[in-house]
Design a protein around this ligand. Structure first.
Ligand code: MIG
Length: 845
């Protein structure tokens, strides 16, 4: 780590002298209040305070010493009680409750009982047998001698088993110690700059702004203590969601390869356990419990352009012209970073840089752009500033135990922090968006909400600061408020909630679009997420994919990374490779650091511009497909970007595969992640796969050597798929999906079902039936092909032509039924059918 002096110089260089001094003052003040309120009921003063202050209290997460000695375990079982469908087991020193949540999911809570524990009435006959809770698809068995829990599958096979009893330590932690099956793999845990398979690593749950990060840095902005385990060669899977929002650490086999230890800084511990056996089923159940993404507006799937920052207005207008006129690159979102504000005061505009924002936004709308504004949580402590005054008067800001408002330095200088865990504050904050929404702002980008405060690495709100509770996060909700230790991890989630619910109130007919940097279990209900301040280098590009995959396995599916990387200077090649991968990610936005040159699709000239444009155009053609994947994700929680193990979990070859992915149901994408590379090996799992570019047929499982010149990354389509595509367009809604083209890829065994979902893309009318769901059932048979096409829902896409392209067709058909015209294209090896409609399509050769 850097010396304090170096830190100081770095601070002055990047944010200036005044903010750096504020940051230093904050560091000193934090330490002072942490010492003062170590016991909030008896604040220290005078000499004892000075003494405590000088004894350094390190701030999380960079100081997380190993746990102290164990002081308690449950001891022997004393009594068992049935409680509405569940079980309460009283042990000598602890109480365990197990509550069913679903046929394959339970909630487990451990509390220490009164120190003696012996005040419990001694049971008539102490229970001898292991208490057991049997659900339809999951059994929990509790060891009577020490409370160790074993989870069993319906066939009696062990799914998970505690290696040692739950334990309490002298320094106030709870330990859960589980056996790690020999060939287990771990996934999930939110955002991790780690391999896809998390086994062998140690991960801390404490949302942190790392300033910039490299592979291996931990923790980052968004933690989700949801651990997915895959074992028995992929035949068995389970999930464990820790509910505690306090800081925790998972050692997934670094200290001991045979156990994984979940260590929680809390007095009691609560977790939910999910049984598979498939990963897909666990994700459905997990997101049923913790929430799913809403259906974002269709334009959210467009291409977005950002930098820190585009200003003044003339620069923004030039950017718009560059897209529409100069370079003809499709784009939907233009994002304005912190320089649009007046001295970084949230909900204001710098009127010199942006004299007439409503007019600017109207003009951008006329060109088909949407405008997204960054909003930080810190409210400048300035009595002349309306938001601060109002927040102060109404008691909206976080306070110390003595009632003083906490002030910490961020971009605007010294700032107050709304307590988003309080529903009153969320309502107020949501309403603060009114003026911007009325000006036409389309979406909001919540940044710095770990929350980050300038200062030492990981600086945040000091631990003693009070909060109303944990707000909308699932978990152990304190009834009479809590300090920052319990509220820290859910701060970002509740800010995103305030924003999304505010937008929904302000514009009830339009779907909110919010992007958040921080979050926690369930943040997907409110916002999309991006992986923030990485670097413009190849290792960071490579790291992005496992990060996005594990986010998806934690319920957070609408994600992406800064295309080209954030800090540093991207090369044209790096940007293009990054873009080629991101075109298959839900959130597709280029962004860069304040001190980096522009990172736009044309910034490096040719040949990059042409390749970038082609790939962005491809994304716009794929919108019907991507939107269907988004809709499916909103319904089932299945991510859009998926590791291969999600669909092929019994294939050990994919358990740690992290340089290729599935995008939706039909596409397999193998990005190029290294400099100067023009070919790569791709693993194709079982089944038939069609090369997206050449229509060459491959049969998996096995490896193929694929061409990957600059203008292409390997993409394959799964046999049996019907891949819907639309026409090229410069932005979402420029024209209808006319013609709509259904790309049919034959060769699957049996019948395969594909979906296409559409609606107006913008309003909430779909909730009242204004959607159209197409269901395609494709079956191949010797000498022919049948496609059954049914629709459901009341949305009318308007008159349009639907074409069908059957891929991999060597010769012209003998007969075609269900289309107006057919044409065989021998060179392209496909059959083009024009003017199809719902019903039955039959082709015979
Ligand atoms: O302290 O708003 O991750 O995307 O450009 C940095 C300026 C604050 C961090 C975000 C980044 C954004 C930057 N922000």
């Amino acid at each position: 780590m850097s010396s304090p002096l170096l830190l100081l110089l770095r601070g002055i260089q990047s944010v200036g002298l005044r903010p750096t001094m504020d940051a230093v003052a904050h560091a000193v003040r934090s330490r002072w209040v942490e010492a003062k309120f170590a016991d909030p009921r008896r604040p220290l003063r005078g000499l004892p305070l000075l003494r405590a202050f000088l004894r350094r209290i390190p701030s999380p997460p960079y100081s997380f010493p190993p746990p102290g000695p164990i002081v308690a375990t449950p001891g022997p079982l004393r009594a068992v009680r049935q409680t509405d469908g569940g079980l309460e087991c009283r042990f000598a020193h602890a109480v365990l409750t197990i509550t069913p949540l679903a046929p394959d999911a339970v909630r487990v809570v451990w509390r220490r009982s009164a120190p003696a524990g012996d005040d419990l009435p001694a049971p008539q006959s102490p229970p001898q047998d292991a208490p057991q809770l049997s659900l339809e698809r999951l059994t929990c068995r509790v060891a009577p001698e020490d409370g160790r829990i074993t989870f069993l599958a319906p066939d009696g096979e062990t799914v998970a088993e505690e290696a040692a009893p739950v334990a309490w330590t002298a320094d106030g932690r709870v330990l859960l110690r589980w056996q790690t099956p020999p060939n287990a793999h771990f996934y999930g845990l939110g955002e991790r700059a780690a391999p896809l398979d998390l086994r062998g690593g140690v991960y801390v749950h404490w949302n942190t702004d790392p300033r910039t990060y490299d592979p291996g840095d931990d923790p980052l902005y968004l933690c989700v203590p949801f651990l997915l385990t895959l074992h028995r060669d992929g035949h068995q899977a389970c999930g464990l969601l820790l509910e505690n929002t306090t800081r925790s650490r998972f050692d997934l086999g670094r200290a001991d390869p045979a156990t994984h230890v979940l260590e929680v800084e809390d007095e009691e511990v609560a977790y939910r356990f999910f049984y598979g056996p498939t990963v897909a089923h666990i994700l459905e159940r997990f997101t049923e419990q913790t929430g799913r993404h809403p259906l974002f507006p269709l334009w959210a799937l467009g291409y977005h352009q950002c930098r820190w920052s585009y200003y003044p207005e003339a620069r923004v207008r030039r950017l718009a012209r560059d897209f529409r006129e100069t370079h003809r690159v499709p784009c939907d979102g233009i994002h304005l970073d912190i320089h649009y504000m007046d001295g970084y005061r949230v909900f204001t505009w710098d009127r010199e840089r942006f004299p007439d924002p409503a007019r600017l936004i109207a003009d951008l709308h006329a060109q088909g752009f949407k405008v997204v504004l960054i909003v930080d949580p810190g409210v400048k402590a300035d009595r002349k500033y309306r938001v601060f005054r109002e927040g102060l008067e109404k008691g909206m800001f976080c306070r110390y135990p003595d009632g003083k408002v906490f002030i910490g330095p961020v971009w605007p200088g010294n700032s107050a922090f709304p307590d988003f865990t309080d529903p009153r504050v969320r309502a107020w904050w949501g309403d603060l968006h009114r003026e911007l929404v009325e000006m036409g702002v389309d979406g909001f980008w919540d940044d710095m909400n770990e929350p980050a405060v300038f200062g030492e690495d990981g600086a945040t709100i000091p631990a003693p600061v009070r909060h109303a509770g944990i707000g909308e996060a699932p978990g152990l909700a304190p009834s009479d408020g809590c300090d920052h230790r319990r509220a820290h991890n859910v701060y970002g989630l509740n800010m995103a909630c305030a924003t999304a619910e505010g937008l929904a109130r302000l514009r009830p007919d339009r779907r909110p679009f919010v992007i958040t940097r921080s979050g926690w279990t369930g943040v997907q209900r409110y916002a999309a997420h991006w992986t923030a301040d990485n670097r413009s280098d190849w290792p960071s590009l490579r790291q992005t994919l496992p990060m996005v995959l594990n986010l998806g396995l934690s319920g957070i599916a609408f994600t992406g990374s800064d295309i080209g990387g954030f800090e540093g200077f991207a090369t044209g090649e790096l940007f293009t490779r990054w873009l080629q991968m991101s075109v298959f990610f839900p959130f597709c936005r280029a962004h860069t650091y304040a001190f980096s040159p522009d990172q736009e699709p044309w910034s490096w000239g040719e040949p990059y511009l042409t390749v970038n444009r082609e790939f962005i155009r491809l994304r716009y053609r794929l919108l019907p497909y991507l939107y269907t994947a988004l809709w499916q994700c909103a319904r089932t929680g299945l991510p859009i970007v998926r590791p291969l193990l999600l669909d092929f979990q019994d294939d050990p070859a994919v358990h740690s595969l992290e340089d290729e992915f599935l995008c939706g149901d039909a596409l397999l994408v193998a990005p190029v992640l290294e400099e100067g590379v023009t070919a790569r090996r791709v693993y194709l799992p079982r089944g038939v796969w069609w090369d997206f570019w050449t229509d060459v047929r491959h049969e998996g499982p096995g490896w193929v050597e694929a061409e990957a010149p600059l203008e292409r990354i390997p993409v394959y389509v799964r046999a049996g798929a019907v891949l819907p595509t639309g026409p090229e367009m410069d932005y979402v809604g420029q024209r209808p999906w006319d013609p709509l083209t259904l790309h049919v890829y034959p060769g699957a065994e049996g019948a395969a079902v594909s979906l296409l979902y559409e609606d107006d893309g913008e309003t909430t009318a779909y909730r009242r039936g204004a959607y159209l769901l197409h269901r395609f059932t494709l079956s191949g048979r010797a000498g022919g092909l049948d496609l059954f096409w049914e629709t459901e829902g009341a949305y009318d896409p308007g008159p349009r032509r639907v074409d069908i392209v059957v891929h991999g067709v060597e010769r012209g058909p003998a007969s075609v039924e269900g289309a107006q015209a057919a044409e065989h294209l021998p060179a392209a090896r496909c059959l083009r059918l024009v003017g199809a409609r719902p019903g039955v399509l039959r082709v015979r050769w």
